[in-house]
Design a binder for this molecule. Structure first.
Ligand code: ADP
Ligand code: MG
Length: 395
């Protein structure tokens, strides 16, 4: 059975328990960046316009089952009230008789924010009794927290079984449409670009991509492990010596699957990531006392050429240590090639997202996933626990 979405539901006069992701960066009670709260607005506004009342739940940080006042969701509730231009009631807890009473007296159009779910150990343990108590707070369960959809926690999975009506919110729907539906039937050639710091965090992704893509581009520090596995020295660059065999296996799999694999042919190097660029070298000649910090100019031409005919492009992981402008050019060139050429372009990963925003390129791609870990697990080809729970609830 397929997942149901907010658009399929009749929510008029109903009380919705909505799992949102308000785990925003905070500095002593002040929200530093509100992207995640803003991302929930379409779902909240749609439900409010249709005459529902809303009970919102989220986690914030990792209080590990303890009440840590600095990790209260009260600042998030106040911030949301400002964005919506209407009051948001704050509950003293996320379960219990007092909170139930507050939820039951909500009128259509009213919003109640529950306190941090992770103040209770039952949340991350997916404890059945905690799920039961949480479920009493709403009549329809809506999950719009893609960022935690890879976690089998009470509010993302266990709670769903207590509802006869469940659905995904608009944010989850969009992620599902791009990462699930679009990538299941990609326009060809389908090109993946993989970069970032480590091979180890992306092994599952690389293996799954090789079953699906026509071309695979590898850049970033991850490429160093591949270059070294081919027998070339990489100076003092980041490299995973325990993954040299794994890198060779990936290259063999690419060959067996007839996937065209592209590695960098030259690099920009420097003594360390904070230094100025010290030079450019071909992949065979990395100086012994230098670090590879970006793909070189010849590689930029090569990767842009590979992307020039892309139907679908999916990208995770920067091409270099882009935080220093001297090593951002490789990522910028790839961003431009992806944006200008691919008919559908999908980007994910916290740092790749930050890089695209810093370059003011975020609106040039078809879709940027809002989930870091969840995006990677999706790209590993796994069914995420939160989507599974929604699917099972819709049976
Ligand atoms: P994402 O969060 O998009 O999944 P990662 O976390 O895997 O990406 O990797 C991003 C990090 O990789 C950035 O901090 C960037 O500086 C670093 N990085 C990329 N290439 C290099 C390199 N050649 N040397 C050192 N660090 C690199
Ligand atoms: Mg990262």
């Amino acid at each position: 059975m397929s997942i149901r979405f907010l658009k399929h539901m009749d929510v008029k006069g109903k009380r919705l328990l909505i799992r949102v992701d308000f785990n925003v960066p905070m500095d002593q009670g002040v929200i530093r960046e509100d992207m995640r709260i803003r991302a929930s607005l379409p779902t909240l506004q749609t439900a409010l316009e249709q005459g529902a009342s809303l009970v919102l739940c989220s986690h914030m940080g990792s209080p590990k089952g303890q009440v840590i006042p600095e990790l209260s969701l009260k600042p998030a509730a106040e911030h949301l009230a400002g964005l919506l231009g209407k009051p948001v009631l704050m509950a003293p807890d996320c379960i219990g008789p007092e909170v139930e009473k507050m939820a039951q007296t909500l009128q259509p159009g009213q919003i109640l924010m529950l306190e941090n779910l992770r103040f209770h150990p039952g949340e991350t343990k997916n404890d059945p009794e905690f799920c039961r108590q949480l479920a009493r707070l709403g009549e329809i369960y809506v999950n719009d927290a893609f960022g935690t959809s890879h976690r089998a926690h009470a509010s993302t999975t266990g709670v769903a079984a207590h509802f006869s009506q469940c659905c995904a919110g608009l944010l989850m729907q969009k992620e599902w449409e791009y990462l699930g539906l679009t990538l299941a039937d990609p326009q060809r050639p389908y090109v993946a670009i993989s970069g970032g710091a480590k091979v180890s965090t992306k092994l599952g992704v690389l293996h799954n991509l090789l079953d699906k893509v026509d071309r695979l581009i590898i850049g970033g520090a991850m490429a160093n492990t591949f270059i070294k596995s081919l027998g070339f020295a990489v100076g003092i660059s980041l490299v995973e010596n325990d993954l040299l065999d794994e890198a060779r296996k990936i290259m063999e799999k690419a060959k067996a699957k007839d996937v065209a694999l592209y590695l960098p042919v030259d690099f920009v190097f420097a003594p360390d990531p904070k230094a100025q660029a010290a030079g450019v070298c071909p992949y065979q000649n990395v100086p012994a006392d230098q670090m590879i910090l970006d793909i070189g100019p010849a590689t930029q031409v090569l990767f842009a050429e590979v992307l020039a005919t892309a139907g679908t492009a999916v990208w995770n992981g920067p091409m270099g240590a882009f935080e220093n402008p001297d090593f951002a050019q490789g990522s910028l060139t790839v961003a431009k090639a992806v944006a200008e050429n691919a008919r559908v372009s999908i980007v994910g990963g916290g740092d790749t997202d930050a890089m695209l925003h810093a370059a003011k390129m975020a609106d040039k791609v078809s879709f940027i996933s809002t989930g870091g870990g969840a995006f990677l697990e999706f790209m590993e080809g796994k069914e995420l626990p939160a989507f599974k729970a929604l699917r099972e609830c819709s049976k």
